[in-house]
Design a protein around this ligand. Structure first.
Ligand SMILES: Nc1ncnc2c1ncn2[C@@H]1O[C@H](COP(=O)(O)OP(=O)(O)OP(=O)(O)O)[C@@H](O)[C@H]1O
Ligand SMILES: [Mg+2]
Length: 626
C-alpha cells in the first residue's frame, strides 16, 4: 500500500508560509523589502491591532503589469534571479519568489499595482491562497498590498500571536531596521491612524537616527570613516567608548543593505570594543558592511535574517580593526574636553617615577608602595622608561600593528592590509603636556581632584592605573612578549581533561603573556615561569583562576583577545588600589600617563577613568543658573 501522497498546492503553500511568515512583523519586512527592490523612494506602512487584523504597505516603486501581478503570486516566481548561478551572488533583498504566495496563502490579501506610465493598474484579491478577483483599477503608480486577518485559516498559528502591543512593537522594530538601512528612502509608519514615524527621503544616517531615537543618542555616535579593507567596505556610526546597552536592540548591522544577525560580526564588535565595554553590555552600532555578494551566502535562513560568510575570519579582522580605529579616533575630542589653558605644568620636572622597574616588580611583591615607602621609589632613570623597551616615538606608536595582526595567525597579506592606519591616528597623539591641570587633592583616597579650564575634573586613580598598566602590558605582549621571571622550583599543575585541552590549545598565547607552561604527562603541566609583574604566592592557584575565568569567554574569541583578557584580569589585581595614598607628583604623573594611552577614557573593564563637572553644571546645582 502506498503511503506517500503529494500535498495539495494550498497545503504546501501553508507549510512554506510557516517558515516565511512568523508574525505581522515578518509580513511588514517582506513587503517593505519588495518595495525597496522595486526602487521605491517612499514607503508607507499602516498596521491595525498590531498588524493582527490589518497591514498595508504602499510604495511608489516601478509597479507590475497585469501578467506580473498574477505571476508574483505563484510560488517560485521572481524577477530577481534567473539561473542557479545567480543564487551565488544575490544583489537584491528578495530572491526566492516565496514571500507573496506565502503571505497570500495565510490571509485575505489584496494587491493593487500600476506600472509607471501605464494607463491603468491591476487589482488582485486572494483569499487563503485562492485568487478570487482580478480586475483593472485606477490605483496610483506603484504598489499597494493589504493583508487582512493574518492566519485566519490557520487557527493554530493565530494562537501564537501575542498581544497587539507586542506585535506592534515587533512591527516598529522591523520598520526601524529598514528605515535605518535606507536613509535615502522616505518612510512613514501609521499605527491605527496615529502617525508613529514620518521620515523624509534623502536623509543622512545621522538625520535618520536623530528622527528615530533623538539627538542625545546621535551625539554619542562616532563616524566610521568609510573604509575599504580587503574588498570589504565598512561604514556607519558606532557608539563611543562607554556607550552601551544591556540588550542587542541597538547593535544593528547591515550586510549589503540587509539587516542581519551574525555571530561572527557580533563577536568581532565585542572584540573591537573589548576593553571599552563593561561586562554584560552590548555596543551600540549602526554598521553597514558591503562586500561582493559572491562572498556571502544569504540563502541560509527562512526569514533571511542570517547569512554565512565565505571567509568569516577576514570579516572579523576587518570589523575588529575598524572598531578600534573608530574608538581611538575619539581620543582627541575626549582630551579636548579636559584640556585647559596652562594652569600649571602637569608634571614637575623632578617628579619621582610612579612606576616601579621590572626588578622592583619582582623584588617587591607588595607593590604598589605604601605611603611610607613611596618617598623614594628609585631614581628617575629606573622609572617606567627604563623598564620599557626603547620608547616608540609617537609616530610609530600610532602606527604600531594592532594586536589583531601580531598575535593571531594571519594570512601573509594581513600586515600590509592593515599597515595603513588612519592618518588621524598620528594627529591624535597630542602631547599630554598640553593638558595642564591644577592639582587640588585626593578625595576618599581614590579620586584625584583637579581644576581644568571648564571646571572640576575627577580621576579614578585605580581605573586610570589599570588602563595604563594594561596598555603597557599589551604593547609588550605584541612586541617581544612580557618579561618573565623563572620560578626557582617549577610547579606541577594537575587539571581535568577539559581544562587540559584548553591549555594545550592556548599554550602559545599563555607563553606570550609571560606564563611558562609545558605539558608534563596526561592532565599535568609544569609551570616554570610567570610574568614579572605578577607576584603570585600560589602560581598554580593563579593559573587555575585564569583558566576558570578565561575558558568560557575564549570559545569564540581570538588568541589576541585571550591575551588581553588575561592582562586585563591580572593587571587589575596589581594596579594602584583604591585606597593607596598618592601624592601630588604621583597623581600628576598618573594623569599624564593616562592621557598618553590609546583609549584613555575607560579602564580595561570599560569603566570611565575620568569625569568632569563643568562650571555650568555646578552653577545649575547651586541655583545660579537655571
Ligand atoms: N512592491 C513591489 N513592486 C514591484 N514588484 C513587486 C513588488 N512586490 C513584489 N514584486 C514582484 O513580485 C515578485 C515576487 O515577490 P516575492 O516577494 O514573492 O519574491 P521575491 O521578492 O522575488 O523573493 P523573496 O521570496 O525572497 O522575497 C518579485 O520578484 C517582484 O518582481
Ligand atoms: Mg520579496
Amino acid at each position: 500500500m502506498s503511503r506517500i501522497a503529494l500535498l495539495p498546492e494550498e497545503v504546501a503553500s501553508q507549510v512554506a508560509a510557516g517558515e516565511v511568515v512568523e508574525r505581522p512583523a515578518s509580513v511588514v519586512k517582506e513587503l517593505v523589502e519588495n518595495s525597496l527592490d522595486a526602487g521605491a523612494t517612499r514607503i508607507e506602512v499602516l498596521v491595525r491591532r498590531g498588524g493582527n487584523s490589518f497591514i498595508r504597505v504602499l510604495d511608489n516603486g516601478w509597479g507590475m503589469d497585469r501578467d506580473d501581478a498574477l505571476l508574483c503570486l505563484e510560488r517560485h516566481a521572481t524577477s530577481k534571479i534567473r539561473t542557479g548561478s545567480d543564487l551565488m551572488a544575490i544583489h537584491t533583498l528578495g530572491f526566492r519568489g516565496e514571500a507573496l504566495p506565502s503571505i497570500a496563502s495565510v490571509s485575505r490579501f489584496r494587491l493593487a499595482t500600476r506600472e509607471h506610465g501605464a494607463l491603468s493598474g491591476t487589482e488582485v484579491l486572494v483569499n487563503g491562497g485562492k485568487i478570487e478577483t482580478v480586475r483593472d483599477s485606477g490605483e496610483p503608480e506603484g504598489t499597494q498590498i493589504e493583508v487582512r486577518s493574518l492566519f485566519y485559516n490557520l487557527p493554530a498559528r493565530r494562537k501564537f500571536l501575542r498581544t497587539e502591543n507586542t506585535e506592534a512593537s515587533h512591527v516598529e522594530h522591523v520598520f526601524q531596521l529598514q528605515a535605518i538601512g535606507h536613509p535615502e528612502v522616505g518612510f512613514t509608519l501609521l499605527n491605527e491612524e496615529r502617525l508613529a514615524h514620518q521620515l523624509p527621503p534623502g536623509q543622512t544616517l545621522r538625520e535618520r537616527l536623530r528622527d528615530l531615537f533623538g539627538a542625545p543618542l546621535v551625539a554619542e555616535l562616532l563616524e566610521i570613516p568609510v573604509n575599504e579593507i580587503a574588498g570589504i567596505r565598512v561604514a556607519g556610526l558606532l557608539g563611543r567608548a562607554g556607550v552601551s546597552r544591556s540588550t542587542r536592540q541597538q547593535q544593528i548591522v547591515f550586510l549589503n543593505g540587509r539587516p542581519i544577525e551574525n555571530p561572527t560580526v557580533a563577536h568581532a564588535l565585542r572584540e573591537g570594543y573589548h576593553t571599552a565595554l563593561m561586562k554584560g553590555q552590548h555596543p551600540v552600532t549602526f554598521l553597514s558592511i558591503e562586500m561582493d555578494p559572491a562572498a556571502v551566502d544569504v540563502n541560509v535562513h527562512p526569514a533571511k535574517r542570517e547569512v554565512r560568510f565565505r571567509d568569516p575570519a577576514l570579516v572579523r579582522e576587518v570589523i575588529v580593526e575598524v572598531t578600534r580605529r573608530v574608538l581611538e579616533s575619539d581620543r582627541a575630542s575626549w582630551s579636548r574636553t579636559f584640556a585647559s589653558p596652562a594652569a600649571r605644568p602637569v608634571v614637575p620636572e623632578e617628579s619621582p617615577p610612579l612606576f616601579p622597574t621590572a626588578e622592583q616588580y619582582s623584588r617587591r611583591p607588595d607593590w604598589p608602595p605604601q605611603p611610607a615607602t613611596s618617598e623614594t621609589p628609585g631614581g628617575t632613570s629606573s622609572g617606567l622608561a627604563a623598564w620599557k623597551p626603547p620608547e616608540p616615538s609617537d609616530e610609530t606608536r600610532a602606527h604600531s600593528p594592532t594586536p589583531a595582526t601580531s598575535i593571531a595567525p594571519q594570512p601573509p597579506d594581513a600586515e600590509t592590509r592593515f599597515a595603513a592606519r588612519t592618518p588621524a591616528g598620528a594627529a591624535m597623539q597630542r602631547s599630554p603636556a598640553a593638558h595642564d591641570f591644577k592639582f587640588i587633592g585626593v578625595l576618599g583616597r581614590l579620586y584625584i581632584l583637579m581644576e581644568s579650564a571648564s571646571g572640576l575634573v575627577l580621576v579614578d586613580q585605580h581605573a586610570a592605573h589599570e588602563r595604563i598598566l594594561f596598555e603597557e602590558m599589551r604593547r609588550r605582549m605584541e612586541g617581544q612578549g612580557v618579561p618573565t621571571q623563572r620560578l626557582l622550583l617549577p610547579i606541577t599543575l594537575q587539571v581535568p581533561p577539559k581544562d587540559a585541552d584548553w591549555l594545550h590549545e592556548n599554550l602559545e598565547s599563555l607563553s606570550r603573556t609571560g606564563i611558562g607552561l609545558e605539558p608534563f604527562g596526561p592532565g599535568t603541566f609544569k609551570i616554570d615561569a610567570l610574568p614579572q609583574f605578577l607576584s603570585a604566592t600560589e602560581p598554580s592557584q593563579l593559573l587555575r583562576d585564569i583558566i576558570d575565568e578565561l575558558r568560557d569567554t575564549s570559545q569564540q574569541t581570538s588568541k589576541l583577545r585571550l591575551g588581553e583578557d588575561m592582562i586585563a584580569k591580572t593587571v587589575c589585581r596589581h594596579a594602584v588600589k583604591a585606597n593607596d595614598i598618592l601624592r601630588e607628583p604621583e597623581c600628576l604623573r598618573l594623569v599624564q600617563d593616562l592621557l598618553a594611552c590609546e583609549l584613555p577614557y575607560c579602564c580595561p573593564h570599560g569603566r570611565p577613568t575620568m569625569i568632569q563637572l563643568t562650571y555650568s553644571e555646578l552653577e545649575k546645582k547651586f541655583g545660579r543658573k537655571v
